[in-house]
Design a protein around this ligand. Structure first.
Ligand SMILES: *[C@@H]1O[C@H](CO)[C@@H](O)[C@H](O)[C@H]1NC(C)=O
Ligand SMILES: *[C@@H]1O[C@H](CO)[C@@H](O)[C@H](O)[C@H]1NC(C)=O
Ligand SMILES: *[C@@H]1O[C@H](CO)[C@@H](O)[C@H](O)[C@H]1NC(C)=O
Ligand SMILES: *[C@@H]1O[C@H](CO)[C@@H](O)[C@H](O)[C@H]1NC(C)=O
Ligand SMILES: *[C@@H]1O[C@H](CO)[C@@H](O)[C@H](O)[C@H]1NC(C)=O
Ligand SMILES: *[C@@H]1O[C@H](CO)[C@@H](O)[C@H](O)[C@H]1NC(C)=O
Ligand SMILES: *[C@@H]1O[C@H](CO)[C@@H](O)[C@H](O)[C@H]1NC(C)=O
Length: 748
């Protein structure tokens, strides 16, 4: 497909892109992948319904195009026949059948899998091929924001989700620190030097990219053992579907203690990152010409592949959000070559997967000469670039399609795993298609690369579907209505109307004015300068809320509906919060103490507790579950406390001094009550005090005072429920009846 679009694909690119597929041709693999898909069907639908599906994997299906293909037939009186060129393709075919013929939905927030009986028959055989070689999933950061505390049961569900969505390329980065520890000890570092280097589990993503070290570490022996075990299971399962797991490789960052062991070593200290001081950032980067470079790089890859095997694609990010020490193209080329050379020394078939985030994050630094230096120093087809934030700032356009290197069009969408309804569905819908048509396009795939998952599922459903479509979805309004129907298992017109309002508002951002960060005042440290502007019409949210409540009596049995009603209620409260905040601020500036006390009291003592209470009614919105997940990884109480603190830091201060304050904000029951609310209480009390006593409000003093509250939350050992309490529909309705007529209807 993209061959036609570009017409000039480099032969080397074609060979690399094709070789992994060809390498997996054997009959044994076909049987193994088919068996993996049959097991997935049984997990998803139960053993009874699974008997109504006949699954096979046949490489020959893709013989013509070389692209993953599935074929569906049968149903009715006969079993549904699902054939795929790989296990992933068969899983995607199964998902297509469930979605488009059975009206089902597989979702993070609760799948809807009521199968019609008998199973609908296919009118004729339906064969579909993907337009591109790869469907990629994950961001290095997803491992910290979402996966960090996962056990195998949770991973298993995610890998099933990946297979069903046709993902065939994904990071498998667990357990790498255990391998690094072996390498560092072999090189002569002491255990305490190794311990000093690693961050805590919740911050490993940034240690892996050389942004951070040491912060909230170290890693325990049991952590390493568990991660190695997990990684083996993850790899086995991914490979059983015919997915390609991407392993990590050495990017050039080394622990400080390298200098003690190799006093002659040539290293450069990089700048600080994320407002961390050099006790935690300013990583050391090994000079590309240093003889230690290939030694460390090869030793790591050798140890890693000895433990885990390999599928020949490796991820490494040397300059992610890090200014290189020199902008000289010759330096950048040498730094890039060094990484690649160390890879191919161990695996001559190595392909390097690079997150292209750096190019769009520091566009002033990465001019054409600098980008060319990096992309040009790896043979064509041996560098696979993720255009990571392509729905917003596509890099392929200004680099003539990455100067001939293959790339994957990725949707990033989410930052920090924030809650907050948000999406650019129109842009996402058009993006991959436009990239394929770009002159001399080297696009070889689509990708889903959020920092955190478990929010805004509609956006991910669309992007996953685009991985199997040659053209954009023709009518998003119709698409979102059927999304709602499948999601709840019933066609309900008010619910569908609610979704259409969400589509035209929160899910139709156009990037000049919106962001995947939730910047609501509710989840930010209070000040008088908070920006309450949003890119959509707030009334659309309030109306969607009303429509969902109208639909509620018919949909209460649907877990996804209850989740959505809660999520939209949460969003509506966030909107109300902004409106009341503006009123309180105006009252303060007008020196109107009476109004300040009234509105402030409502904000802090009514609205926030009501939000906490409704969040507590769904297991996806509980701080208790979040923290218990972290504690469950531990083998002792001390370790449990340590993991819990890692988790609390990530949600709030992020660093010891609030270095990246509230970046990973979430709206969770418990977090609202004990973190967001106390600081709003303090803020409003301080403002009232200021008016009453006639002393000016000092932000800088307030920041000091509020920091103590934030810190207290992080070190607190208070336990929170991990089971939901209360009825979402009742609680949502109560908030609606209290605020909608007064605040919303009056102002419409
Ligand atoms: C970095 O900050 C931490 C506290 O956040 C402090 O303990 C440490 O001394 C600082 N290090 C440097 C090099 O300033
Ligand atoms: C150290 O590495 C830098 C960057 O590659 C290089 O410019 C410099 O000449 C090297 N220094 C020595 C002493 O080799
Ligand atoms: C596409 O590639 C061909 C062959 O390399 C070249 O002649 C042509 O100018 C390119 N087109 C664009 C729009 O870059
Ligand atoms: C989204 O916004 C664009 C303009 O920014 C508009 O053309 C388009 O129709 C909107 N889409 C929907 C579904 O509302
Ligand atoms: C507030 O945010 C909006 C949207 O992000 C932006 O356009 C506007 O410039 C901001 N206003 C101020 C005063 O910063
Ligand atoms: C905002 O949304 C409301 C409710 O959906 C609608 O009545 C109103 O016309 C919209 N306002 C604008 C400016 O589009
Ligand atoms: C709820 O379902 C009943 C019967 O299925 C139907 O008659 C009624 O109109 C539905 N109510 C709403 C609000 O859709």
């Amino acid at each position: 497909m993209w061959l036609e679009a570009s017409g000039t694909m480099d032969l080397a690119v074609a060979v690399t892109v094709g070789f992994l597929l060809l390498a997996r041709g054997s009959v044994g693999d076909e049987a193994r992948e088919a068996a993996a898909v049959r097991e997935l069907v049984a997990r998803l639908l139960g053993p009874g319904p699974a008997a109504d599906f006949s699954i096979s994997v046949e490489r020959a299906l893709a013989a013509e195009s070389g692209l993953d293909t599935y074929s569906l037939s049968g149903g009715g009186a006969t079993p549904v026949r699902v054939r795929g060129s790989t296990g992933v393709a068969a899983s995607a075919g199964l998902h297509r059948y469930l979605r488009d013929f059975c009206g089902c939905q597989v979702a993070w927030s609760g799948s809807q899998l009521h199968l019609p009986r008998p199973l609908p028959a296919l009118p004729q055989e339906l064969t579909e091929a993907t337009p591109n070689r790869y469907r990629y999933y994950q961001n290095v950061c997803t491992h910290s924001y979402s996966f960090v505390w996962w056990d195998w049961a949770r991973w298993e569900r995610e890998i099933d989700w990946m297979a069903l969505n046709g993902i065939n390329l994904a990071l498998a980065w667990s357990g790498q620190e255990a391998i690094w520890q072996r390498v560092y000890l072999t090189l002569g570092l002491t255990q305490s030097e190794v311990d000093e280097h690693f961050t805590g589990p919740a911050f490993l993503a940034w240690e892996r990219m050389g942004n951070l070290h040491t912060w909230d570490g170290p890693l325990s022996h049991s952590w390493h053992l568990k991660q190695i075990y997990l990684q083996h299971r993850i790899l086995d399962r991914m490979r059983s579907f015919g997915m390609i797991p991407v392993l990590p490789a050495f990017a050039g960052h080394v622990p400080k203690a390298i200098i003690r062991v190799f006093p002659q070593v040539n290293v450069t200290q990089l700048g600080s990152w994320g407002h961390f001081n050099c006790s935690y950032s300013c990583s050391l980067l090994l000079a590309p010409g240093d003889p230690i470079f290939p030694l460390i790089g090869s030793l790591f890859l050798w140890e890693l592949t000895k433990e885990f095997g390999t599928d020949h694609i490796y991820g490494a990010d040397t300059f992610n959000e890090m200014q290189p020490p020199s902008s000289e193209p010759s330096y950048l080329a040498a730094a890039t070559s060094a990484v690649y050379e160390a890879m191919i020394a161990v695996d001559p078939d190595a392909v390097w997967l690079l997150q292209g985030w750096l190019f769009q994050h520091q566009p002033q630094f990465w001019g054409p000469a600098q980008v060319k230096a990096v992309l040009g120093s790896v043979p064509h087809g041996r560098l696979l670039v993720l255009d990571l934030f392509a729905e917003s700032q596509p890099v392929y356009i200004r680099t003539a399609s990455f100067y001939g290197q293959p790339f994957i069009w990725c949707m990033l969408h989410n930052f920090g795993g924030n809650h907050g309804l948000f999406g650019a569905l129109e842009t996402v819908n058009q993006g991959p298609h436009a990239a394929r048509l770009f002159p001399n396009s080297t696009m070889v795939g689509t990708g889903i690369a959020p920092e955190g998952i478990g929010q805004n599922e509609v956006v991910y459903a669309l992007m996953a579907e685009l991985g199997w479509r040659k053209d954009p979805v023709p009518d998003l309004m119709a698409w979102v209505s059927s999304f709602a129907t499948r999601r709840y298992g019933i066609s309900q017109q008010d619910a569908e109307a609610a979704w259409r309002l969400l589509l035209r508002s929160v899910y139709n951002c156009s990037w000049e004015t919106c962001s995947g960060h939730n910047r609501s005042p509710l989840v930010k440290r209070p000040s008088l300068q908070m920006n309450t502007t949003v890119w959509y019409n707030r009334s659309d949210i309030f109306e969607a809320w009303k429509l969902l409540l109208t639909a509620a009596p018919n949909l209460t049995a649907s877990p996804a509906f209850r989740y959505d009603l809660l999520d939209v209620t949460r969003q509506a409260v966030q909107e109300l919060f902004s409106l009341y905040y503006e009123e309180a601020r105006t009252a303060y500036l007008n020196k109107d103490l009476v109004t300040l006390l009234r509105v402030g009291g409502l904000l802090a003592y009514k609205l926030l507790p009501a939000l906490d209470e409704v969040l507590a009614s769904n297991s996806h919105f509980l701080l208790g579950s979040w923290l218990d997940q972290a504690r469950a990884v531990a083998v002792s109480e001390a370790e449990a406390q340590f993991y819990e603190q890692n988790s609390r830091y990530q949600l709030t201060l992020w660093g010891p001094e609030g270095n990246i304050l509230d970046y990973a904000n979430k709206q969770l029951a418990g977090l609202v009550a004990d973190y967001y609310q106390p600081r709003w209480d303090l803020f409003l009390e301080t403002l009232a005090h200021s008016l009453a006593k006639g002393v000016p409000f000092q932000q800088h003093q307030f920041d000091k005072d509020v920091f103590l509250l934030e810190q207290a939350f992080v070190v607190s050992r208070k336990r929170y429920p991990s089971q939901p309490q209360g009825d979402t529909v009742d609680l949502a309705k109560r908030i609606f009846l209290k605020y909608y007529p007064k605040r919303v209807a009056g102002s419409l």
